[in-house]
Design a protein around this ligand. Structure first.
Ligand code: FES
Length: 91
């Protein structure tokens, strides 16, 4: 359990129909599985609280909220950038 808390990448599985795939990123998820950095883009706290109904991830430090179904864009709080996805190293 402590090792999960130290992870820097979140791996989530959503209903594929709930994912809003961004143009040019069609291959950044598979069958609803998608990965994001756990490090908040505000000042680096680990985001931790997932709200399943809204697909929102909350950073407990200053309450930035990210929509994981829509590229982890910021929907609330002081963060200015979405949570990044791990780089695709195939190409
Ligand atoms: S570090 Fe996440 S909101 Fe400030």
């Amino acid at each position: 359990m402590a090792e999960k808390a130290k992870a820097v990448v979140l791996l989530l599985r959503l209903n594929p129909e709930d994912l809003k795939i961004q143009k040019g990123r069609e291959d950044w998820s598979f069958d609803g599985v998608i990965a994001y950095s756990k490090i908040c883009t505000h000042v680096g706290c680990p985001v931790a609280l997932y709200e399943q109904q809204t697909h929102h991830l909350l950073c407990p430090c200053h309450q930035s909220t990210f929509d994981v179904s829509d590229g982890a864009k910021v929907v609330f709080g002081p963060a200015k950038r979405p949570l990044p996805q791990p780089a695709d190293r195939r190409g």
